[in-house]
Write a protein that binds this ligand. Structure first.
Ligand code: FAD
Length: 352
């Protein structure tokens, strides 16, 4: 069975909902297809102690402020899921859940979206598939030799199951720092990072990151010098639990290991450490497999874009993922503007 609509949005996380909000405002018929059984996108799969790195009012999608979480400056994932659930209902966004999109094909004037629940034909597609379905593991020698347990950020829930164990946490970003801090004091943690950890100043949180991204956008729009992405400020937001573990001396990083052995890790200088568990906090890649058949060129696994529009397929827009689809577009507060721009461009395309 093939159904028809003007726009198919793939992914019903925060980016997909922001797209739906703006498409609805412009009166564009659309459907949002999401693989999950429930609202919340990736927030349903985070570890228990994860906190936003911005206060609630700095974590809002277009149109509706995120309410504060009582007693918490930085909301937890359950609070975000509650907000996204309410957002979707309030704006009556047409989300269809439990639908997996396998491929998008060109079909004359349309794009055909193939799913496990039948096909859709649409004049345009917005990809908001996020990254959480594509965990990345680096090619470290000996990974298959290691006899202990290995898991990715995606599978980490809380420190209880690691009590008293020797755990190597790999990764110098927010996930690595937060998980190493979560385990500190309960497990014997060796934190391994590719370069010395770069903390943002303690008084900088997601608010300042967003302000920085906005200033950059303005500079680029006005033809001024690029002020640089948020990465220039540091890698790790020193949220209170991270700061506490760091200040207690529990977050001392070692350089990247050179290989895993059957019983642990080895470094280039010959040092070794025994381990029961390795947790790979080594990030994610954009989930772009459904677009393979479109053969779109790009670098580092990305699809080349102008704003949110795919350079080689003007009927496809990409939202979320990272700065290459709009400044701070992988954040709750940052995705609103690129979502608005994508919806406007699509409105123009539909009128043409
Ligand atoms: P997702 O939330 O991953 O949603 C994508 C949806 O698409 C999912 O439901 C998925 O199942 C679905 N999907 C994927 N592929 C398909 C397919 N083929 N067919 C159908 N459905 C599909 N962001 C903030 O704004 N503030 C913060 O403070 C913050 N803190 C963070 C802290 C940490 C430690 C980390 C790791 C991330 C943090 N983020 C924060 C980032 C944020 O969690 C993610 O960037 C965000 O979830 C991305 O939203 P999204 O809608 O793009 O993708």
């Amino acid at each position: 069975m093939t159904r028809r609509t003007d726009v198919v949005v793939i992914g019903g996380g925060q980016a997909g909902l922001a797209a739906g909000y703006h498409l609805r405002r412009l009166g564009i018929e659309h459907v949002i297809l999401d693989a999950e059984a429930a609202p919340g996108g990736a927030w349903q799969h985070t570890w228990d102690s994860l906190r936003l790195f911005s206060p609630a009012q700095y974590s809002s999608l277009p149109g509706r402020l995120m309410p504060s979480q009582p007693g918490e400056l930085y909301p937890d994932a359950a609070h975000v899921i509650g907000y996204l659930t309410d957002y979707e209902k309030r704006y009556e966004l047409p989300v269809q859940r439990g639908v997996w999109v396998s491929a998008v094909h060109r079909d004359g004037a349309f794009l055909r979206v193939a799913t496990d629940c039948g096909d859709w034909r649409a004049r345009a597609v917005i990809s908001a598939t996020g990254t959480w379905t594509r965990p990345f593991l680096p090619a470290v020698p000996g990974r298959r030799e290691f006899a202990g347990r290995q898991l990715h950020t995606l599978q980490y829930q809380n420190p209880r199951e690691f009590d008293g164990q020797r755990v190597i946490v790999v990764g110098g970003g927010n996930s690595g720092a937060q998980i190493a801090a979560d385990l500190a004091g309960r497990a014997e943690v060796t934190w391994v990072t590719q370069r010395p950890p770069r903390y943002l100043a303690d008084d900088i949180d997601g608010r300042a990151l967003f302000d920085h991204a906005t200033a950059r956008r303005r500079a680029l729009d006005e033809g001024r010098r690029d002020t640089g992405g948020v990465a220039s400020l540091g890698d790790i937001v020193a949220i209170p639990p991270v700061r506490a573990a760091r200040d207690a001396g529990l977050l001392t990083a070692r350089p990247m290991l050179s290989r895993l052995t059957a019983t642990g890790a080895q470094w280039a200088d010959g040092a070794t450490a025994e381990a029961d568990v390795v947790i790979w906090c080594t990030g994610f890649r954009p989930a772009l497999a459904p677009f393979a058949a479109l053969r779109l060129r790009g670098t580092r696994g990305h699809i080349a874009t102008v704003g949110t529009r795919a350079v080689d397929e003007p009927r496809l827009h990409l939202l979320g993922y990272g700065d290459w689809t709009g400044p701070a577009s992988a954040t709750l507060i940052g995705v609103g503007r690129p979502a608005r721009d994508a919806a406007r461009e699509i409105a123009g395309l539909l009128r043409a």
